[in-house]
Design a protein around this ligand. Structure first.
Ligand code: AMP
Length: 418
């Protein structure tokens, strides 16, 4: 509850109504802070995780500025949003479309991402677009094919800038910026704020307002964080036990590799849990279908890698499980932020084994927290801290470098994934 309405922030009637229609009764804190300066055309630095309502925080004022501008024929790209993943591109594009639908001149929104045929996206760009939401690689590809021009862009948004940088965006950035007009509004959103993001903000933003969303859209989220000590090889069994015992129906499970995503999902499915994998080796069509089916409740549990899950918005997610711990402490925040969205409460469960306990302590240190280690009856860990080079000699033949199979066997002996 902020006591502020969308209209009092300066939004036109049709946009305030679109918010109500979307079920946003009150603006979230980041919306309250971001909308007025963005309407004035200011630059903005947003420290905001997905789940804070940040997409609407920038889509609403940019839509209003679009509507205020002259109508061009053909349409000219006036808003460009760069995002790290396909899923986020689709999601952000949908927010622009739905919030802009009631306008007298609904904007044409083009969503561009790789992994699917370029032709429909090229066709869709004929006649121009008002808003382009794109992943950098596909955008550059389409620019090279002269499928769009960006010389009329008025507002540039870098969404999830930290992850854009992780994906090597620096190399692509100069090429995109080179074709944009120098005079423009710049917005940068990031869930975390490492030095590279600060450096990007320094070069990109001018007199930017800084907004920070500590809380989720709607109300204060309640995310209960649990750490369960368990032997690595018993994690799948424990997960099955927890899902069944807790009656969990909307669970996102993070694993480290695409292989683990397939393997763990299959194991759980074989044990009677509606679990499906989600990872970057799947076709875009398959990923979209799995996500839709998960959102519709046809799957109860998705086993995913960080990249595939980045930024996706799953309303009502009950539980996030760190089956494998995230490598980066920052990713821990991203992951657990999937649950407890928009005021709903959620649970984040991390499995810590003898081999990963030290790493979890590092995550705790970085996050400035200490969580108790739980044990679940029947799953008490028996493994000790690993001795040096645990994989050495497991399954290998003396004098021969271990084969892929040997490495897999070694991994299985270590228990990953069970
Ligand atoms: P985002 O941070 O943009 O990924 O938004 C997270 C979720 O919050 C989405 O499901 C939005 O539909 C929802 N949301 C955005 N703004 C509000 C609001 N003012 N009130 C309630 N929910 C919102």
């Amino acid at each position: 509850m902020t006591g502020t309405t969308f209209a009092s922030l300066g939004l036109a009637g049709e946009l305030s109504n679109a918010c109500l229609a979307a079920g946003y009764t009150d603006p979230s804190p980041i919306q309250v802070e971001a909308i007025p300066p963005l309407l004035r055309g200011q630059d903005l630095l947003g420290l905001a995780p997905t789940g804070s309502g940040k997409t609407a925080a920038f889509a609403l004022p940019l839509l209003q500025r679009l509507a205020a501008g002259r109508q061009h024929t053909p349409r000219r790209v006036r808003v460009l949003v760069l995002v790290p993943t396909r899923e986020l591109a689709a999601q952000v594009g949908e927010v622009f479309r739905s919030l802009g639908a009631a306008s007298a001149h609904p904007p044409k929104v083009a969503v561009l991402y790789g992994g699917v045929s370029v032709n429909p996206q090229m066709m869709n760009l004929r006649g121009g677009a008002d808003v382009v939401v794109a992943t950098p690689g596909r955008l550059l590809d389409l620019l090279e094919r002269n499928a769009l021009r960006l010389d009329a862009v008025e507002s540039l948004v870098l969404d999830e800038a930290d992850r854009l940088l992780d994906l090597g965006f620096s190399a692509e950035r100069e090429r995109v910026l080179a074709v944009l007009p120098a005079q423009r509004q710049n917005l940068l959103f990031s869930a975390t704020f490492p030095p590279e993001v600060q450096a990007l903000a320094d070069t990109l933003l001018h007199d930017a307002v800084r907004v920070e969303a500590a809380t989720q859209a709607g109300a204060e989220p309640v995310i209960v964080q649990r750490v369960i000590a368990v032997d690595a090889r018993r994690r799948t069994e424990l997960l099955q036990h927890l899902v069944k015992q807790g009656g969990w129906r909307r669970v996102l499970v993070f694993v480290a590799t695409r292989y683990a995503s397939e393997h763990v999902a299959q194991k759980l499915y074989d044990r009677g849990i509606y679990a499906a994998p989600l990872h970057g080796d799947m076709s875009q069509g398959a990923r979209t279908e799995v996500l839709e089916n998960f959102k519709d409740g046809r799957w109860d549990l998705l086993v995913t890698t960080d990249l595939a899950a980045r930024g996706i918005d799953i309303p009502g997610l009950e539980v996030v499980v760190n089956y494998d711990l995230p490598r980066s402490p920052n990713d821990y925040v991203h992951r657990i932020g999937r649950t407890g969205r928009a005021g709903a409460s959620g649970v984040a469960v991390s499995f810590a084994s003898a081999a990963t306990e030290a790493h979890f302590r590092l995550i705790e240190k970085r996050q400035n927290m200490t969580l108790p280690r739980e044990q679940v009856a029947g799953f008490e860990p028996v493994e000790a801290e690993p001795v040096a080079r645990p994989e050495a000699g497991v399954g290998g033949i003396k004098g021969k470098r271990p084969s892929k199979k040997d490495k897999l066997r070694a991994a299985a002996a270590k228990g990953a994934p069970s």
